[in-house]
Design a protein around this ligand. Structure first.
Ligand code: HDE
Length: 758
């Protein structure tokens, strides 16, 4: 009423929200700055972006920025309008007949607002619903023209913009990040010759061999249909019922039960195209290829107890990590490597390269590094970009082609198809994040949500009225499929079945397990034990153990022991009695330990525990040393805010042990200070904080008086065998500098599995 009486167009009690504080308030009755037209001052662009918003990218690197400028909206200094651009006078009250009277149907402002709101959600992805994404670029090291004419690989230094989405598979859109699951690793290259989507995973093989089984697999892993449980988890009857009846899934199960399925960060996972694809050169000659992404920061994972706890304290753990790394300038980076092999080589392999449950050991076909990918810009808007991005395996460009992998064939159909429902029609390619940077010209017309306004009366080909345009690019420029060989197909005719080598379900499962370090093997056994212990039907547990016996007797007996199954059930009958002898029986590259990364501690989150009486000097020394290495030290106290110190200005605690528990950090520093130690020792959170750090194999540094905290937590700097634990450093306060150096080297190791307790 006050606003009405004053004739003001807004609620005066919300002055701050209207920007009175910074002088951009609506001007009652007065003139309003004319709305500037896109893409001028009203859009967020490279000119008005700031490093903080993450919209800035090195010049020339993110050439997707300019096209997106067309649709970016920044409302700073702008008045509120309806979707028709009509200025809104009052955004607080609906239009009524008298102050206490009925709301009027003519209130188009209210109706437009509610109608739009009612339709704000779109269907989530059927799988990979939970995901996070970022912009970046791919840079080619050297021309790969011998193998391919694909645009990104034509010159050294050539830069192609990319948008990359990482995801879990089973959980719904709001589910936790640290579920045990495969991670999606989908890359959209906006090449000069159209979009190429490399839609991969962080695991190089898959559960099934034929697209025919995909709906069954997904129905089995998703929450059970009668009660909708469990969310984002494979530890339930239907999943294990299905996979124990599908021995082809055994190899993938080894990976999914390994620590690969609980990565520390998206930045520390490998990525794989999984299927065999083809590269095609200018002369039309093709070779087979498998795509690998190798993380610059190495492969690092969580441990299970840590993953479980994180999912409660920070369900957005990976999303936050990706966002913060990019905001901090510690850009996630991968090297793209190719495994290239010919059709003739492929025929000699002991496995079939069309079988997505098999990998090609690096010892057999080496990796060739061809470029690097850097993610350096966070999206402006989660929905518009991360949610609406549509990856499709059918999106290939000249120089890339498919193999006959039957799983891939199903995908080529499915991804385009699913977007039509999810994004509401056949024009999803026009949504800005999906639109290619390369120009689009064709005679497709109309459909829901059409954005382009094609000019002229011609929408057919051939035509003379449009001068024959758009014209066929022809074989020299256009996409031409590799003419696949047809001899075998001619002999066999139409057939439902599988090639012989597909029936070897266990050789590579064995190879994977045998190639792991003992700690990794122990984690795999523990994961099988955990998952199967959640299965309520004993026959399913037994069938799975029976299947595992074909892959590894060691693993099968460890799992059986953990489940109380004795004696061991007979091994499942094998589909192929005499599988071909594998080329290698050990592949060290399959261990997570094989890729420690660049040895840096960049972006690692390190807690420095502070309480009143802490020695500010020891905190400052550690903080400086860690910042210099690109790590992210945070002061964690019994509560946030000001903390009095023993020797200087008060410190500000960034976090509390309650809002950021120990397992959210990669390492721990306990600074010097008698009084602080006494205060921390009294707080129940402190012991949990230290014990979790220790239990999860992390590096702990205790300076001066704080060694008492380790004693209280029963944390020793000796391993059970009496040797030194490199991850527990106890030092006198005066030796802080040397201790800081030792701490940094120990943090670079990521974890100290020798301490393994679980
Ligand atoms: Fe997918 N998959 N998939 N998939 N997949 C989808 O597409 C499908 C497979 C993968 O961040 C869906 O847009 C079939 C293998 C990723 O947006 C859907 C088959 C691999 C993403 C679909 C497979 C993947 C998806 C759901 C077997 C690793 C997320 C929504 C024939 C190489 C992409 C959507 C993103 C998403 C179908 C098997 C990876 C339903 C039919 C193998 C990374 O179309």
């Amino acid at each position: 009423t006050q606003a009405l009486a004053a004739g003001m167009p807004h609620n005066p009690t919300k002055a701050a929200e209207h920007g009175f504080a910074n002088g951009v308030a609506p001007q009652p009755g007065g003139t309003v700055e004319p709305l500037s037209r896109l893409p001028g001052g009203s859009t967020l662009s490279e000119e008005n972006g700031t490093e903080k918003t993450g919209s800035m990218a090195p010049a020339g690197v993110n050439s997707t920025i300019e096209p997106l400028d067309r649709v970016r909206v920044d409302s700073a200094g702008q008045r509120l309008t309806t979707n028709q651009g009509v200025p809104i006078a009052d955004n607080q009250n609906s239009l009524k007949y008298g102050l206490r009277g009925p709301v009027l149907l003519e209130d188009f402002v209210l109706r437009e607002k509610l109608t739009h709101f009612d339709h704000e959600r779109i269907p989530e992805r059927i799988v990979h619903a939970r995901g996070s994404a970022a912009h970046g670029f791919f840079e080619c090291y050297a021309p790969q023209t011998e193998y391919t004419k694909a645009a990104p690989f034509q010159e050294a230094g050539k830069v192609t913009p990319v948008f990359v989405r990482f995801s879990t598979v089973a959980g719904e859109r709001g589910s936790k990040d640290t579920a045990r699951d495969v991670r999606g690793f989908a890359v959209k290259f906006y090449t000069d010759e159209g979009n190429w989507d490399l839609v991969g995973n962080n695991i190089p093989v898959f559960f099934i061999q034929d697209a025919m089984k995909f709906p069954d697999l997904v129905h089995a892993v998703k929450p059970e249909p009668h009660h909708g449980m469990p969310q984002a988890g494979s530890a339930h009857d239907t999943f294990w019922d299905f996979v124990s009846l599908m021995p082809e899934s055994t190899h993938m199960l080894m990976w999914a039960m390994s620590d690969r399925a609980i990565p520390r960060s998206y930045a520390t996972m490998q990525g794989f195209g999984v299927h065999s694809y083809r590269l095609v050169n200018e002369a039309g000659v093709s070779v087979f290829v498998k795509f690998h992404w190798q993380p610059k920061y190495g492969t690092h994972s969580l441990v299970w107890d840590e993953a479980v706890k994180i999912s409660g304290a920070d369900p957005d753990y990976h999303r936050r990590d990706l966002w913060e790394r990019i905001e901090a300038g510690a850009y996630p980076e991968w090297e793209l490597c190719l495994q290239i092999f010919t059709e003739e080589q492929a025929e000699q392999f002991s496995f079939d390269i069309l079988d997505a449950t098999k990998l090609i050991p690096e010892e057999l076909v080496p990796l060739i590094p061809v470029g690097r990918m850097v993610l350096n810009r966070n999206p402006d808007n989660f929905f518009a970009e991360t949610e609406q991005v549509a990856f499709c395996t059918a999106h290939v460009v000249p120089g890339i082609d498919f193999s006959n992998d039957p799983l891939l064939a199903g995908r080529i159909h499915s991804y385009v198809d699913t977007q039509i429902t999810r994004l509401g029609g056949p024009n999803f390619h026009e949504i800005p994040i999906n639109a290619p940077v390369a120009p689009v010209h064709n005679n497709q017309r109309d459909g829901l949500h059409r954005q382009a306004i094609p000019r002229g009366r011609v929408s057919y080909e051939p035509n003379s009225l449009g001068g024959g345009c758009p014209f066929q690019a022809g074989a020299a420029q256009g996409f031409v499929s590799v003419p696949a060989r047809i001899q075998a197909q001619e002999e066999q005719g139409k057939v439902r079945g599988k090639p012989e080598k597909f029936a070897d379900h266990y050789t590579q499962a064995t190879l994977f397990f045998e190639s792991q370090t003992p700690v990794e093997q122990a984690h795999i056994a523990a994961a099988f034990r955990f998952e199967l212990s959640k299965v309520t039907v004993p026959a399913i547990r037994e069938r799975m153990v029976a299947s595992l016996r074909n892959a590894s007797e060691q693993l099968a007996s460890q799992v059986a022991e953990g489940l109380g199954i004795a004696p061991l059930p007979e091994p499942l009958p094998r589909a192929l009695a005499q599988p071909a002898k594998p080329e290698v029986d050990r592949s060290p590259a399959l261990s997570l330990m094989a890729r420690p990364g660049d040895g840096s501690i960049q972006a690692r989150k390190i807690a420095i525990l502070v309480a009143p009486g802490v020695v500010a000097g020891s905190v400052a020394l550690l903080q400086a040393a860690l910042l210099e290495q690109g790590a992210v030290p945070r002061l964690v106290g019994p509560r946030i805010g000001s903390v009095a110190t023993a020797d200087g200005e008060p410190l500000q605690a960034d976090a509390s042990m309650e809002n950021e528990p120990g397992f959210l950090f990669d390492a721990l520093v306990l600074p010097d200070g008698e009084q602080a130690v006494a205060a921390l020792a009294k707080d129940g959170h402190t012991m949990e904080f230290i014990k979790d750090q220790y239990r999860h194999g992390k590096t702990i540094l205790a300076l001066g008086a704080s060694s008492a905290l380790l004693q209280k937590a029963e944390v020793s700097d000796k391993l059970p065998d009496g040797s030194a634990d490199a991850g527990v450093i106890i030092a006198l306060a005066e030796d802080a500098e040397t201790a800081a150096r030792a701490f940094i080297s120990a943090v670079a190791l990521h974890r100290h599995p020798q301490r393994e307790m679980d």
